[in-house]
Design a binder for this molecule. Structure first.
Ligand code: AMP
Length: 610
């Protein structure tokens, strides 16, 4: 059997600023894959401990205050940047730190499916730029996933909702306020077709900002009392940040919360602390401008979709920060009705990513759900533009793909040389909505050379933008008179040679993982648990659909693989032989053979008296 026929599991991942989760399709439904200690979501925090071991999740978060220079949180806010982040005396790129989080999630997937290649659908905020998407894809690949798709978070949440409410046709607004980013999308669900109509957001607005507002508030109080700014002490700053998040979350339940921190920092060898009370009203005052900004985004997205609040049938709230009562109130005021409460704000995105994964793998192909998405911003090139009606200035923005165009999309526009004898044109690529490029986000640039000398405005240049389902852009430019064409996949801001850089990153991470693995002991499988997980009691008469049968075969295969090495040689051989046949039946989708092999392997496992 060649590897190319091997089944490759596919999972959906929510790689969040604050928390992350991974999900898969089980019995036709998306389900979160829990961590070994039963957690459905893990903090997106990485610690490199004193022995050089990488720790991700709850334990890493607990170390944020004690070991601030060995921990990194909220790395998602820096995705796409080329600035390395210091951690434990090393410098790692944002995508490398994200890869450590993804690797942790992959270990949960490996426990379920056994080692081997896995595909992943990873979500990003709809408003993420090209380089932020590329960095996310790279993080997934560094962690060892084949990244099948990058999808937008609000779209994922709508997919999870859509699968459960296939008959609830209507227009939905998905308001997604997480730890680091804010997105809002208008989505229409009609006879199983889920169509994103418009999407907008803010890449730097979320619960983290609310925490920092509280940190500033407390720090200023401490400064007023003691003259010391605790934010200058890295440990004190981490302590205040931790307290701020606790206070914020408590204020979602209570109208006022006491804050008692006797030791925040020291001055003249004496402890400096704070003892105060924060009211919900005070907190709302601190974050009001940011919440108003999210309301502005709602108005913009409704306007883009040519809708008014009364046209929205339901509002879906996604992201941990939507638990803030003021958010719920503002939404109710704007729409004149309560938001839906049957969406789990922490899990919806990962579950939706799994739905997308299931649509891809065929596990949900019978659901009838189909989804389309949009480009949330305009993309185009820099051109000469008339200024004040008198003269032409460089730096004007000519959009080629307007915002909210359904993706994938290919659009071509014609441009002309601007100077006599011009033999090359710089194609400068931007995304954004402003008529001048300096206010937009620069994606990249390339030079089209070899244009024949001619009078100004005589040589025609065709510029084509292709924006794919992952939200990644490819641009080509062609000189029409010569047919000469150049295509670039817009490079990330680092302009790194991708293959070399990838190898370099991978090498660095392997070293870190190597140190972590050295400490790990291989656990003996828990035989009872393994047996419990296998459903020996299947009903022979039960009508099994191909999907269920397929899934059952894969689960049985992976569980058998887990126990294989502990059997004696002859049992190992006969089971290996059966597994090879099972793999072939999975690849060929031979249902009769699958049924037969499932029975044979199950019998063999019972016979070896595990
Ligand atoms: P997410 O990115 O969706 O996991 O959201 C995480 C953000 O939600 C973090 O900033 C959390 O502090 C915040 N959050 C979680 N629970 C609450 C709550 N009950 N009230 C306010 N904010 C919360």
């Amino acid at each position: 059997m060649s590897n190319s026929h091997d089944f490759r599991p596919i999972v959906g991942i929510d790689l969040g600023t604050t928390n992350s989760a991974v999900a898969y399709i089980h019995n036709g439904k998306p389900e979160i894959i829990s961590s070994p200690n039963g957690k459905k979501i893990i903090p997106s925090v990485v610690l490199i401990d004193l022995k050089g071991k990488v720790i991700v999740g709850e334990d890493a978060r607990s170390a944020l205050v004690a070991m601030p220079d060995r921990t990194v949180g909220a790395v998602k806010r820096q995705m796409g940047s080329d600035q390395p982040i210091p951690i434990a005396g090393q410098a790692l790129l944002p995508q490398e730190i994200s890869a450590l989080i993804l690797k942790e999630l992959k270990s949960y997937v490996d426990t379920l499916y056994g080692k081997g290649e896995k595909e992943a659908v990873i979500t990003v905020p709809a408003y993420f730029t090209d380089e932020q998407r590329r960095a996310t894809k790279e993080a997934g690949e560094l962690a060892g996933f084949v990244v099948e798709r990058i999808i937008n978070e609000p779209t994922a949440a709508a997919l999870a909702f859509g699968l459960n409410h296939m008959n609830e046709d209507g227009v939905y607004l998905v308001y997604d306020l997480g730890g680091g980013t804010f997105d809002v999308s208008v989505v229409e669900l009609m006879s199983g077709l889920l169509e994103v109509k418009a999407s907008t957001g803010n890449r730097q607005l979320g619960g983290e900002d609310f925490d920092w507002k509280i940190v500033d508030f407390l720090a200023e109080k401490i400064m007023a009392d003691s003259g010391v700014d605790p934010r200058e002490d890295i440990r004190a700053k981490a302590l205040l940040k931790e307290e701020a998040e606790k206070v914020k979350i408590a204020l979602s339940e209570s109208v006022s919360v006491p804050i008692d921190l006797p030791l925040v920092t020291v001055k003249d060898n004496k402890p400096v602390g704070i003892s105060t009370v924060m009211s919900r009203e005070q907190f709302v005052g601190l974050i009001a401008p940011m919440l108003q900004e999210t309301m502005e985004s709602i108005r913009k997205v409704l306007n883009d979709a040519s809708l008014s609040p009364k046209d929205i049938d339901e509002v879906l709230l996604v992201g941990g920060s939507t638990r803030i009562p003021q958010v719920v109130e503002l939404i109710s005021e704007m729409f004149g009705k309560e938001a839906r409460t049957d969406v789990n704000p922490d899990e919806a995105v990962a579950l939706g990513a799994a739905v997308q994964a299931g649509l891809k793998s065929g596990a949900l192909s019978e659901s009838g759900l189909v989804a389309t998405d949009v480009a949330p911003f305009s993309m185009g090139v820099a051109v000469l533009k008339e200024w004040k009606g008198i003269t032409e200035r460089p730096g004007g923005f000519a959009p080629i793909i307007p915002r909210n165009t359904t993706i994938p999309v290919t659009r071509t526009e014609k441009f002309y040389t601007s100077a006599p004898g011009q033999t090359e044109v710089a194609i400068e690529i931007f995304q954004g909505e402003h008529e001048w490029v300096k206010y937009n986000h620069r994606l990249g640039e390339f030079l089209l050379e070899g244009i024949p000398q001619n009078f100004e405005k005589q040589e025609e240049i065709e510029v084509t933008f292709r924006y794919n389902l992952n939200g990644i852009l490819e641009v080509s430019a062609k000189c029409v008179s010569t047919g000469k064409e150049m295509t670039v996949v817009v490079q990330d801001a680092l302009q790194r040679d991708s293959k070399e850089a990838f190898q370099e990153s991978f090498g660095q991470l392997e070293k870190l993982w190597g140190e972590s693995d050295a400490d790990e002991t291989v656990d003996e499988p828990d035989w009872e648990e393994v047996l419990d997980e296998i459903d020996f009691d299947e009903d022979e008469d039960e009508e099994l659909t191909p999907t269920v049968l397929h899934e059952e075969a894969i689960q049985l295969r992976n569980r058998t693989l887990k126990v294989l090495n502990n059997l004696d040689a002859s049992d190992q051989n006969s089971l290996r032989h059966l597994l090879e046949e099972l793999n072939a039946a999975i690849a060929e989708n031979d249902l009769t053979q699958l049924r037969k092999l499932i029975d044979e392997i199950t019998d063999a496992l019972i016979d070896v008296e595990l």
